[in-house]
Design a binder for this molecule. Structure first.
Ligand code: CNA
Length: 293
């Protein structure tokens, strides 16, 4: 080997070492920042924590998300529906509700089938410790409620299946066992008054978000002293925009399989922290730490 070759070899080796070191430095920084947040929660330095949840919080319960490989949009594509959003489009539903009812069973909350995940239990734990200001969820599976979070602590930003209503005559009904059976049979749930399709109180594309979301989000996000965002692609607005409604110095933590959203993880001295991975694994560690205290 010539001297030049030896030199180049050594340089490449050094570059590799530096690259590894940089990753370790980033990991250590993320761990330190995250520990600060969990310790801050334990010490009640943070008393107004907001958790924003997405479909990733429920995937381990067996409910597919929309956009992950093998998720609902992929399954719809396999069934010949290329635009997954169509199933949840208000105008399309008014034209042809059968499309929605073909797939509704996949999302219908059935507590005997779907149980709250460790992530939901972590959010409940925050509330038990008295530091949860509110949980804003995009999920329509009501697993927050089944985890034991009180109603006033949750904003179901995209509604849920708890009630149904008629778009024509305004008839309203709670979800009954009979309606559940109809949905499981992939049939349309009909209005007993005018026989048109009943729509669940799930927010479809083209619909306004619930009044409670509009009333609470502004004051809540101004009061928030720590934001934890879990299992969401942050692709759906206005929900995704909420991350920018906290004050400029408030720490924002994202736990997700991939980086997403309007954050500045790489900026020097950034308040934003990204933890890549399975949210249940991350929340399990946090839960254990909180339970030890
Ligand atoms: P999405 O667009 O499907 O994104 C989910 C995100 O979570 C992706 O970035 C995934 O990588 C990530 N993810 C999935 N599993 C995990 C996991 N175990 N750990 C960490 N990250 C994970 O879903 P969003 O919630 O962002 O989109 C909003 C839609 C999805 C809302 O309107 C919901 O109503 C709708 N949705 C809800 C449910 C439910 O209620 N469980 C299920 C499917 C879709």
């Amino acid at each position: 080997m010539s001297e030049d070759d030896l030199f180049n070899d050594r340089i490449e080796h050094l570059i590799d070492e530096l690259k590894e070191l940089k990753i370790d430095i980033n990991k250590a920084k993320t761990k330190r920042q995250t520990d600060n947040i969990i310790n801050g929660i334990i010490a009640k330095k943070f008393e107004n924590v907001i958790v924003m949840l997405g479909a990733g919080a429920s995937t381990s319960a067996g409910i597919p998300d929309f956009r992950s490989p093998g998720g609902l949009y992929d399954q719809l594509r396999d069934a010949g529906i290329n635009q997954g959003e169509t199933v949840f489009d208000l105008k399309y539903f008014q034209k042809d509700p059968s499309l929605f009812y073909r797939f509704a069973a996949m999302l219908l909350p059935d507590i005997t089938k779907f149980q709250p995940t460790i992530t939901h239990k972590f959010v409940k734990k925050l509330n038990d410790r008295g530091v949860l200001l509110r949980c804003y969820t995009q999920n329509i599976d009501s697993l927050e409620m089944h985890a034991g979070l009180p109603e006033e602590k949750v904003v179901y930003a995209h509604g849920n299946f708890n009630s149904f209503y008629c778009l024509k005559c305004g008839y309203k009904s709670e979800l009954t066992d009979e309606m559940k059976a109809t949905i499981q049979d992939k049939k349309i749930v009909k209005c007993p008054k005018d026989d048109s399709a009943l729509k669940p109180s799930v927010v479809f594309f083209g619909e306004n978000l619930p009044k409670r979301y509009h009333e609470l989000s502004k004051p809540d996000f101004q009061k928030c002293d720590c934001l934890i965002v879990i299992g969401t692609s942050l692709k759906v607005y206005p929900f995704a925009g909420l991350v920018n409604d906290v004050k400029l110095y408030i720490p924002r933590l994202l736990v997700n399989r991939e980086e997403t959203g309007d954050f500045e993880f790489r900026k020097k001295n950034s308040r934003d922290i990204f933890i890549q991975g399975n949210c249940d694994d991350v929340c399990k560690k946090w839960l254990e730490t909180l339970e030890l205290e």
